[in-house]
Design a protein around this ligand. Sequence first.
Ligand code: SF4
Ligand code: SF4
Length: 134
Amino acid sequence: MFENNSANTFVITLSYKYRIMAIKITDECINCGACEPECPNTAIYEGNVEWTWGGGTALKEFEKDGKKVNGEDLQEPVSDEFYYIVTDKCTECTGFHDEPQCAAVCPVDCCVPDTDAVETEEELIAKKKWLHGE
Ligand code: SF4
Ligand code: SF4
């Protein structure tokens, strides 16, 4: 049973700190566009703009969830109002930068950890290799 004492609080704080998540953009976005060119994976797109797997990556033709995908196929926008991040292309900048570049440049701090997309460091490294072929 959970007890709310300082030792448990310390453990919970530590485990939260070392969980790694993709980044998402909240509806506080002011559509300034500053984050888009900073992403090493081209995971950020303007609202209502279609995205591609191949944009900014080495993905050409591959299978995903049992389906053949062409990297140039246009995909449905995730948001029609705000800049958005394609979760499956976000690696938290692993292999390129020490911190998420979108969050670093966002003037209103609306690039935040996506608690629905928790990944380990190993998974992020593997994702980066898959996206870029290296
Ligand atoms: S954290 Fe890095 S990889 Fe993810 S969307 Fe932001 S800039 Fe792109
Ligand atoms: S930098 Fe921030 S405010 Fe500007 S488009 Fe990106 S998420 Fe929106």
